[in-house]
Design a protein around this ligand. Structure first.
Ligand code: HEC
Ligand code: HEC
Length: 266
C-alpha cells in the first residue's frame, strides 16, 4: 500500500520533472553570469540536480518544484540551510557524509526517494552543489560529528524496554507523541515546522522513522534532534548511553507490539 503510494509520488515527480527540465539549456545560459563562481564539480552537480531533484526541490533549491504542491511533507528548502538528518549537534550544518546518507537512503514514509543507483561521483557532485544553495555553508563549517556507539546486544530485552518506558515518561515525550506513542499527545495538533507548515509528531506504533529504524539511527536522532521541527535533541536531558538506548528500546517495542512490520532493514 505504502509502496504503491510512493511509486505514484515518484512517477508524478518524474513526470513534472521532465516538463520542468525542457528548458535546462536556456536556464543554464541565462544564469551563467551569476553562477560563474561554481567549480566544475559544483556545475556538474547542478546539471544533475536539475535533472533529478528540481521537480520537487525546485530549480533554485527553494523547495518549490512543480511537484511540491502535491506533496506532504514538503520537499526541503535548501536555501535555508536547516537540515533534519545529521550526525552533528542540534544547531550545526550536516556533514557531507550525512547528505550522502540521506540521498542514498531517502526519507522513509515521504516522497524523498532513495537514490541507490547513482554513481558515487555524481552523488558527491550533487552534494557539492546543494551546499552552494545556502550561504550558511560559506560562513560556517559543520561541527564535528558526534561519536555514535553501536547498539548494545540486549537492545530488545524486557528490562531495557521497561526502563525506557520510565525515561519516556520522565522526559515527557508523551506531550507530543502521546502516552501510547501514537503521535496524539496534547500538544500534537498545534505543531508547525520552521517553515510554518503543520507537522505531526511521529506515530511509533505504525511507521518506520524517517531517519532510519536501526537502533543506531534512533540513537543519532535523539542526540541530534530534527532541526527545523519541534523534535528536540536529548543529548543534555538524558544522563548517559544506557538511558539513551533504553529509550531507543522502548520506542522500538511500541512498533513491534502494535504488530507493525518491523522487517525493514532501516
Ligand atoms: C519526489 C520528490 C523528491 C525528489 C525527486 C527529491 N526529493 Fe529530496 N526530499 C523530498 C521531500 C518531501 C523531503 C522532506 C522529507 C521530510 O522533511 O521529512 C526531502 C528531503 C531531502 C533532504 C533532507 C534534508 C534534511 O533535512 O536533512 C535532502 C538532503 C534531499 N531531499 C536531497 C535530494 C536530492 C539531492 C535529490 C535529487 C538527487 C532529491 N532530494 C530529490 C522530496 C524529493
Ligand atoms: C515538542 C514536541 C515533541 C517532543 C516533546 C518530542 N518529540 Fe519526537 N518528534 C516530534 C515531531 C514533530 C516529530 C516529527 C518530525 C518530522 O516528521 O520531521 C518527531 C519525531 C520523532 C521520532 C522519529 C524520528 C524519525 O527519524 O522520523 C522519534 C523516534 C521521536 N520523535 C522520539 C521522541 C522521544 C523518545 C521523545 C522524548 C524523549 C520525543 N520524541 C519528544 C515532536 C516531539
Amino acid at each position: 500500500m505504502f509502496r504503491r503510494w510512493r511509486t505514484a509520488a515518484l512517477l508524478l515527480g518524474g513526470a513534472l520533472l521532465g516538463a520542468s527540465c525542457s528548458n535546462d539549456a536556456d536556464q543554464l545560459f541565462y544564469e551563467f553570469g551569476e553562477e560563474s563562481q561554481l567549480t566544475s564539480h559544483e556545475w556538474r552537480g547542478k546539471e544533475l540536480f536539475l535533472r533529478y531533484c528540481a521537480g520537487c526541490h525546485g530549480e533554485k533549491g527553494n523547495g518549490k518544484g512543480p511537484a511540491a504542491a502535491f506533496l506532504e511533507p514538503k520537499p526541503r528548502d535548501f536555501t535555508r540551510g536547516v537540515f533534519k538528518f545529521r550526525s552533528t549537534p542540534s544547531s550545526s550544518l550536516p556533514t557531507d557524509a550525512d547528505l550522502v546518507r540521506t540521498i542514498r537512503e531517502g526519507v522513509h514514509g515521504t516522497s524523498m526517494p532513495a537514490w541507490k543507483d547513482l554513481p558515487d561521483a555524481e552523488v558527491q557532485s550533487i552534494v557539492a552543489y546543494v551546499k552552494t544553495l545556502s550561504k550558511r555553508f560559506k560562513r560556517e563549517k559543520p561541527a564535528p560529528a558526534l561519536s555514535l556507539p553501536g547498539a548494545p546486544v540486549d537492545i530488545d530485552s524486557p528490562e531495557r524496554i521497561a526502563r525506557g518506558k520510565q525515561v519516556y515518561a520522565d522526559l515527557k515525550c508523551g506531550l507530543c507523541h502521546g502516552d501510547g506513542g501514537k503521535g496524539d499527545g496534547p500538544s500534537a495538533a498545534k505543531l508547525v515546522d520552521s517553515e510554518g507548515n503543520p507537522i505531526v509528531p511521529f506515530d511509533f506504533t505504525r511507521k518506520a522513522p524517517k531517519g532510519g529504524s536501526r537502533p543506531e539511527d534512533l540513537y543519532r536522532t535523539f542526540m541530534t534532534g530534527l532541526a527545523g521541527t519541534p523534535m528536540p535533541d536529548f543529548a543534555e536531558t538524558t544522563s548517559d548511553d544506557t538511558q539513551r538506548f533504553d529509550l531507543v528500546a522502548f520506542v522500538r517495542s511500541l512498533r513491534v507490539n502494535a504488530g507493525a512490520q518491523a522487517k525493514e532493514s532501516r
